[in-house]
Design a protein. Structure first.
Length: 477
């Protein structure tokens, strides 16, 4: 039996994990009018000059970001106008003389990531694919300088979806944000993107979304089908959202680990070893969290098969050390990925075993227990029912206070508009597994799915040298 020892995971991998976690797979201001009335939009294929987009305020060169200008967009706290208050969202746009192909708005993930700090890196990463486009990125409500700050929850979860928080941290976060937490659902962000489009003075935009950003892009396209030119959906969250029990993610783990094992010539069955470890140590949520994080940071899963095999034989030291090191690398500030925004959005949007976000707290545990009791071994293997019931999605929203359900953009599993759609998926992605991309592709009338077999989460962030680089340039060209 051979393989890389878990202890050999070095600082390079840990740095990659931390960087990928904040890139991939998260105040009040003055009002402003759109650049022109809706009926007087700029001609197709043109965009408002970057030097002075009339709907944005305080536009000037971005400090430390050559080639970009930054401004602010004022939006209603409550897009319906029923509640008072405004938010000021920071916007960055490439400072180019013309954009014959229009505006490309890139949406980062989370929910909880900002957009503006990543604009130069994205421009360099996408390179020739952006030729002819004005790249625009913005800090979505509740992120960046306006991040919803929850210190205890942030310390516990970092950039993770699945780390299990304490009930006290969840409750204190909800209390700190207060009743305004109901204004941070995806539907509110969709309204902000429409305000941004109007402020830029363009009739249509191209949207490129990664992970949660792909979900936002889908929701915008469903709500505003005439205002989208094309869509890039990377590491796809389907338009009906993910399963908070993580059944597909758990099932996919067996295939991905076996492929990683074959590449490492490890000589064991890591899926069976994982099942044995979960049965023996009852640590399914922590293991799922670690494996999903590695599918973001290093989808070759270095040392994992060997560590699982040793733990299955009663020697868990290497595996426990690996879990601790990956969790430490997943640390993030609220400005990098706001866990307050993450909870506010997911607990509003995600269909839970107990129903919608308006379900009383007292009714949730029994409904969760009934849903988990119905699961078969095959649905959760190589994990167990306790992993389904105990992951970070479930344990956060179980204690998140009830709130009115946000308005849905469309009925579940509605076809996307008939515009060109490129879907990108990594075969080793355990955060947004391949099955979700395939299901969404089936509901994209003019869609094309590209799978990069050994890639993990956020295909574009690692596009150099893989088929996605050329495919993205072809699609956007």
């Amino acid at each position: 039996m051979t393989g890389t020892d878990a202890g050999d995971m070095g600082k390079t991998t840990l740095r990659a994990l931390a960087a990928a976690a904040v890139l991939a797979g998260l105040a009040s201001g003055c009002t402003g009018a759109p650049a022109r009335p809706a009926g007087q939009a700029a001609p197709a294929g043109q965009s408002a000059p970057a030097q002075n987009p009339a709907g944005l305020h305080d536009v000037r060169p971005c400090p430390g970001m050559p080639g970009f200008r930054c401004g602010s967009l004022s939006v209603r706290l409550d897009p319906s106008g029923s509640a008072p208050g405004r938010l000021s969202l920071r916007v960055a746009m490439s400072d180019i003389a013309s954009a014959p192909r229009g505006v490309l708005v890139f949406l980062t993930g989370g929910p909880g990531q900002p957009g503006v700090p990543f604009a130069p890196r994205l421009a360099g990463r996408l390179g020739p694919a952006l030729h002819g486009y004005r790249l625009v990125m913005f800090d979505r409500r509740g992120t960046g300088a306006g991040a919803l700050a929850c210190p205890a929850l942030q310390r516990q979860m970092g950039a993770s979806d699945l780390t299990v928080p304490s009930p006290a941290a969840v409750r204190s976060c909800a209390a700190a944000i207060g009743p305004d937490r109901r204004f941070f659902a995806t539907a509110d962000t969709v309204a902000d993107i429409e305000a941004l489009r109007a402020a830029l003075g363009v009739p249509r935009i191209t949207l490129d979304g990664v992970s949660y950003g792909s979900y936002v892009a889908e929701q915008f396209a469903l709500a505003h089908p005439g205002e989208v030119s094309r869509l890039v959906l990377d590491s796809v969250v389907p338009s009906w959202n993910v399963d908070p029990l993580q059944l597909v993610n758990m099932q996919r783990t067996a295939t991905v680990l076996r492929e990683a094992c074959a590449a490492q010539d490890c000589g064991s069955d890591p899926a069976s070893d994982l099942a044995a470890v979960v049965r023996r140590y009852h640590d399914g949520p922590a293991l799922l969290d670690m494996l999903v994080a590695l599918s973001v940071g290093d989808p070759s899963f270095p040392g994992v098969p060997a560590a699982l095999h040793a733990a299955a034989a009663g020697r868990p030291g290497a595996l426990n050390a690996l879990i601790a090191r990956v969790h430490a690398a997943d640390a993030a500030t609220a400005g990098e990925l706001s866990q307050g925004l993450h909870a506010s959005t997911l607990c509003a949007d995600m269909p839970m075993p107990w129903g919608g976000p308006d379900t009383p707290l007292a009714a949730r545990p029994a409904a969760l227990a009934r849903a988990v009791a119905r699961l078969t071994t095959a649905q959760v293997w190589p994990f167990d029912r306790d992993t389904a019931a105990g992951n970070g999605f479930i344990r956060t929203c179980l204690y998140w206070p009830p709130a009115p359900a946000p308005a849905a953009a469309a009925a579940p599993r509605t076809e996307l508009p008939s515009v060109p759609v490129l879907l990108l998926a990594g075969g080793h992605d355990l955060s947004t597994p391949l099955a979700g991309a395939r299901a969404q592709a089936a509901l994209a009338p003019d869609g094309h799915l590209l799978v990069v077999p050994t890639a993990g989460h956020s295909v574009q962030s690692r596009a150099a040298g893989n088929p996605a680089e050329a495919e993205l340039a072809r699609f956007l060209g």
